[in-house]
Design a protein around this ligand. Structure first.
Ligand code: GLN
Length: 549
């Protein structure tokens, strides 16, 4: 029998429901159980692919090409199950499907309504998450906060769901905030009482109250929450603020939340395997050293836009026993203030992006990294900018550019390829999802991956223009990774540089705590070496994490 855990949130947004859901998943997986996680988002966009990073942060791309919410990134980093497009459902998807069924006449002349038609569609989508998957536990996070108008159909659907599959197969977890009032020195339960009361008014009695709090919940507070929220006091768990999200599963395990879940759902635990995870968290908390890496992008004031890169730095940092400190640099600032903003960094990463704002700043940064022999990692747009920089400054193709930024450039070294146009006419507008890539031996990339064929995720419209292969190669640009048919350039490197790699794909999407991405491991390793060689001090303390002396 499949089991379902629904995670809702109350009081305020941004409490970390995604991390809570992912941590529960991790814990259950540590007991040998097979878990999958889905996010049901109440917004009307069909997917976040069209939203600005300012609205939504990063778009997380899955192997099948689905453009999803960044919480799916957390899920994939915390559990081992591969997710697909069914794991992210939005109101937009639900309505599109219901409306096309209505147009086809599937509802046999009935008036189509929120209940039961929309709610049935939602419930079918919940069942679909586990049907195509061998997982026996499905965690569903409901986006938004209790009290939002738009999440009501989802809440109604999960309320009904308990009767469809049996109450004992369903568990409701509600994440709330217990604010601390500085003036009186007290933790307050009233907002939690209110949100649980709202949830119960909809017909959902939570089984677990998970409390975000800055301070330890004492017995009296737990009793109060238990009394007013109609749960056993043993069902009140705390999620105290921690320095790393990766500590959350350990913190919940200490409170035996996993045992509670297993007992309530009538599951059978195999032995718990959490020591590897704990070891990883320890290496995050006690690095031997620190390296500072510049991330030069367009949305740097909004770190969520580069979430997976930040996480990949953490994974690769733990592997290399260093803490990676990111220096966030706006590429337009480089245009105004110059490359002095890069002083004393030990590595430079130019991430993906769209549009021409800040491009010239990125190109300046890449020139600096190439000439000063600072480890450089170009991702997607970052790789395209590296090709432009090399074309202009090494191959002397002045005014070389991407067709995206200057359609009239005399040297369109990055362009929309024929293959791409074909993909476009099939309806998609980007190369999305996992594609294979063949690697050349003897390269930095080969040394990192140690295998001839890799699979990485893409999200872009433009490609390296093959017309320029020979001229750029003759000047020292190495085309290290190609699509198996040889038509698409996926990885570039340059000779005589300690570490200069540009990739057309997004490696950050596949980095995991216990399996850091090979290129990130190698890039951070090279940055560490650079810092040592150039005696760049690493003494600053960041976010209270202490470097072991
Ligand atoms: N704008 C570029 C393209 O569409 C790069 C996209 C990206 O970096 N994800 O090809």
């Amino acid at each position: 029998m499949k089991k379902y855990i629904f995670v809702t949130g109350g009081v305020v947004s941004s409490l970390g429901k995604g991390i809570a859901a992912a941590s529960i998943g991790r814990l259950l997986e540590s007991h040998g159980l097979k878990v999958t996680i889905a996010k049901f988002d109440p917004y009307i966009n069909v997917d976040p692919g069209t939203m600005s990073p300012y609205q939504h942060g990063e778009v997380f791309v899955l192997d099948d090409g689905a453009e999803t919410d960044l919480d799916l990134g957390h899920y994939e980093r915390f559990i081992s199950t591969k997710l697909n497009q069914d794991n992210n459902v939005t109101t937009g998807k639900i309505y599109s499907s219901v409306i096309s069924k209505e147009r086809r006449g599937d509802y046999l002349g009935k008036t189509v309504q929120v209940v039961p038609h929309l709610t049935n569609e939602i419930k079918e989508r919940i069942l679909k998450v586990v049907h195509d998957d061998s997982a026996n536990i499905c965690i569903v996070e409901i986006g938004g906060t209790i009290g939002d108008i738009e999440s009501l159909p989802f809440l109604e659907a999960i309320r009904q769901f308990q009767f469809d599959v049996g109450r004992k197969n369903v568990l409701y977890v509600h994440l709330t905030l217990i604010p601390y009032i500085q003036a009186s020195g007290e933790l307050k339960t009233k907002p939690t009482q209110r949100t649980v009361s709202d949830l119960r008014a909809i017909g959902i009695q939570p089984d677990i109250i998970l409390c975000r709090t800055e301070h330890e919940l004492n017995e009296e507070i737990r009793q109060k929450i238990s009394l007013f929220c109609n749960v056993e006091s043993t069902a009140v768990f705390q999620a105290k603020d921690v320095k790393s999200i990766y500590e959350v599963p350990l913190m919940l395990h200490e409170q035996a939340l996993d045992d509670f879940l297993i007992r309530k759902l009538g599951l059978k635990s195999n032995r718990i395997h959490i020591s590897q995870w704990a070891k990883f968290v320890k290496s995050v908390y006690y690095p031997r050293n620190r390296v500072e890496v510049a991330l030069v992008g367009k949305y740097v004031e909004l770190h969520d836009a580069y979430k997976s890169i930040e996480e990949a730095f953490i994974h690769a940092g733990a592997f290399n026993h260093v803490q990676v400190q990111t220096r966030w640099i706006d590429s337009e600032e480089i245009e105004k203030k110059g490359v002095q903003l890069l002083k004393n960094v030990s590595g430079i990463l130019v991430p993906g992006g769209f549009g021409d704002r800040g491009i010239e700043g990125k190109i300046q940064v890449i020139k600096y990294a190439r000439e000063r022999k600072i480890p450089f990692f170009g991702i997607c747009l970052g790789m395209q900018c590296a090709v432009i920089e090399f074309s202009r400054n090494v191959a002397q193709l002045k005014l070389a550019n991407s067709g995206e930024f200057d359609p009239d450039t005399p040297y369109e070294v990055i362009s929309m390829m024929e293959d791409q146009l074909k993909i476009q006419s099939l309806g998609g507008t980007m190369r999305l999802g996992s594609y294979p890539c063949k690697l050349e031996k003897g390269s930095k990339s080969w040394a990192a991956y140690q295998k001839p064929l890799i699979h990485e995720r893409h999200r872009h419209r433009y490609e390296f223009n093959n017309t320029y292969r020979d001229v750029l190669k003759s000047k020292g640009l190495e085309l290290i990774g190609l699509s198996p048919d040889g038509k698409l350039v996926e990885i570039i490197e340059i000779k005589n540089h300690p570490w200069f790699v540009g990739v057309q794909f997004h490696p950050e999407l596949k980095s995991r705590p216990l399996n850091p991405h090979p290129l990130f491991k190698s890039f951070i390793g090279a940055s560490r070496k650079y810092a040592l060689k150039n005696q760049i001090s690493s003494s600053a303390v960041l976010k209270g994490i202490r470097v072991k002396k």
